[in-house]
Design a protein around this ligand. Structure first.
Ligand code: PLP
Length: 356
């Protein structure tokens, strides 16, 4: 037997979560966001479970080509568009939809030689000040694009900086309305948070990412507990050794934990080189054979120590879930000062992934 550390990707949960998205946004079409290798789940591993989607949205040309080569025929949206003008040849060849956020991209579209018009998502800066045209520039950009023979269908696109805040759409929606005034066009605005919590922003196409993978856009698992969303990724391992501590003994690098009384601890074959966050402090939840307990001391590269006092039956070979159904990835992320997004994306290449 090899090292007992692995991840699983639950395909049924992916299908279920897409159905939850459809229920939440019944009038909209769905771009399933699979950037960053499907948030660390593996794009080749997940796309067929999401094949009921209307399109896939992603970032890299490589990911788009992979989907086409695996047989996906419906739309693919490049969320940040092309990074260099020479990518337009591939956009043409693989029939991709491109976002356009800057004037240089309009000029590149004007100059390109394409076999057919390309569908374009014109990106508006809704106030986040990351990508996109300011509302007052939107009309000029729209007219320039509309006049190009290389441009096919056009959609207005924007992204929200603060959609997990109940008031977070008020100002952005004003800017988007200003940009859209007089343009009879479809719109795509909503990330996961807006898909769940702001139906007034659904319009024609929603763009959920994190909720497809069963984690919360707000970082709080409780916020999605009533939606029925199911965790897709499980990170698991086993206890490979047990230590019996006496009062006052230290644990791990820097002795960052000291036992205040006699204590049984388990050594788990999972560490930061597997993608578990090194910043997770003592007290971060883990589950052993379904019983919740906690990490103790610093996370090592390949191991971590956990408290076995709540689970006296546990010993060498006991199954440990680092995140999944018993311990939500949002809980681990919160303890470590980050969000579920980062933990999923950081699953290390050395962790073997199984599909269930
Ligand atoms: C990542 C991304 C999304 C999805 O965001 P989630 O919070 O994961 O739902 C949607 N739109 C754009 C432009 C993105 O970059």
């Amino acid at each position: 037997m090899s090292r007992p550390t692995g991840a699983t990707v639950n395909q049924q949960a992916l299908r279920h979560n897409l159905a939850v998205v459809r229920q939440a946004a019944p009038g909209a079409r769905v771009w399933s966001v699979v950037k960053a290798n499907a948030y660390g789940h593996g794009i080749a591993r997940v796309w067929q479970s999401l094949a009921d989607t209307d399109g896939f949205a992603l970032l890299n040309m490589e990911e788009a080509i992979l989907l086409r080569e695996q047989g996906w025929k419906k739309p693919i949206l490049l969320l940040e568009g092309f990074f260099h003008a020479d990518e337009l040849a591939l956009i043409d060849r693989y029939r991709l939809t491109t976002s356009v956020h800057s004037n240089w991209q309009i000029q590149a579209l004007a100059k390109a030689t394409l076999s057919a018009p390309v569908d374009v998502y014109l990106k508006i800066n809704s106030g986040m000040n990351r990508l996109g045209f300011r509302p007052e520039q939107a009309h000029a950009a729209w007219q320039k694009l509309r006049a190009l023979p290389n441009v096919g269908e056009m959609t207005l696109m924007a992204h929200f900086a603060d959609a997990d805040n109940p008031q977070g759409l008020v100002e952005p929606m004003k800017r988007i309305e200003q940009a859209a005034e007089g343009l009879a066009c479809p719109r795509s605005l909503s990330n996961s948070a807006a898909t769940l919590w702001h139906p007034q922003a659904h319009f024609d196409w929603v763009r959920p990412g994190i909720i497809l993978y069963g984690a919360s856009p707000s970082g709080n698992w409780q916020d999605i507990a009533s939606t029925g969303l199911q965790p897709v990724m499980t990170l698991h391992s086993e206890i490979i050794a047990v230590q019996q501590l006496t009062a006052g003994e230290g644990v791990g690098y820097g002795y960052r934990y000291h036992a205040s009384a006699a204590q049984r601890i388990g050594i788990v074959a999972c560490g930061y080189a597997d993608g578990y966050p090194r910043h997770a402090p003592t007290g971060t939840p883990v589950s052993v054979d379904g019983i919740r307990t906690q990490t103790l001391g610093a996370i090592s590269m390949d191991m971590m120590m956990i408290d076995l006092e709540p689970c006296p039956q546990a010993g060498i070979g006991s199954k440990v879930e680092l995140w999944g159904n018993d311990v939500k990835i949002d809980e681990v992320a919160k303890a470590a000062g980050t969000v579920g997004y980062e933990l999923m994306c950081a699953l290390a290449p050395r962790v073997p992934v199984g599909v269930i």
